[in-house]
Write a protein that binds this ligand. Structure first.
Ligand code: B12
Length: 153
């Protein structure tokens, strides 16, 4: 996999921002995931308590991340992800994948997928499944970002 012309996508560690927006106290998931991502060799950016969609996007762009991971257990996932995806478009921030999880009802998962928010894993999901999904999205995002920028040169 990691050889030939695609080598560049795998060379650098994945940079991932993991955030839990909202004023509810459900923050255990982000801490468990942040540690798991770090142990899997990723560079993890955690923006602290009470990030907003605006601050998440700003940090993601400043930190040049491959993936934004957002944990939501408070029922606000549709509103938050709609905002996040709109802001990414507004800022023309191509090549940043968005992955979600937490308490996300099945009927909302397909709506989120259509918006480009993938994963949407719930309680009890194995960390290996999540990490493999993050890797797939991160390398896909790099291909989009770096592939395109190479073509435009
Ligand atoms: C612990 C807990 C709390 C704790 C939170 C402590 C803390 N510091 O996190 C406390 C006591 C504060 C709490 C409060 C409340 N809670 Co509560 N809480 C839970 C509970 C039992 C477990 C959550 C948890 O910590 N799990 C452990 C962590 C490690 O797992 P996790 O976050 O789910 O993460 C895993 C996956 O979901 C996934 N994942 C999560 N995020 C992401 C993100 C990405 C990008 C990816 C890929 C994957 C991913 O990966 C993780 C590993 O598998 C859940 C029930 C449940 N089964 O989930 C209810 C639950 C989330 N709570 C609920 C509710 C309603 C509340 C209260 C409103 C109750 C009340 N009336 O007071 C209050 C909110 C008060 C407030 N201001 O916050 C509801 C939410 C309902 C909804 N959204 O529709 C739930 C689902 C209980 C229920 N069945 O009704 N809660």
């Amino acid at each position: 996999m990691a050889n030939g012309k695609n080598q560049k996508y795998y060379d650098k560690p994945i940079r991932i921002l993991i955030a839990k927006p909202g004023i509810d106290g459900h923050d255990r998931g982000v801490y468990v995931l942040a540690r798991a991502f770090r142990d899997a060799g990723m560079e993890v950016i955690y923006p602290g308590l009470l990030p907003t969609p605006e601050s998440i996007i700003e940090t993601a762009i400043d930190e040049d991340v491959d993936v934004i991971a957002i944990s939501l257990l408070n029922g606000a996932h549709m509103a938050v992800f709609t905002k996040v995806m709109n802001l990414l478009k507004e800022k023309k921030a191509n090549g940043i994948a968005v992955v979600g999880g937490g308490i996300i009802p099945d009927e909302d998962k397909s709506k989120l997928e259509k918006m480009g928010v993938t994963g949407n894993y719930g309680p009890g999901t194995s960390l290996n499944i999540i990490i493999e999904h993050i890797k797939k999205r991160a390398y896909g995002a790099r291909e989009e970002k770096w592939g395109k920028s190479k073509k435009t040169k």
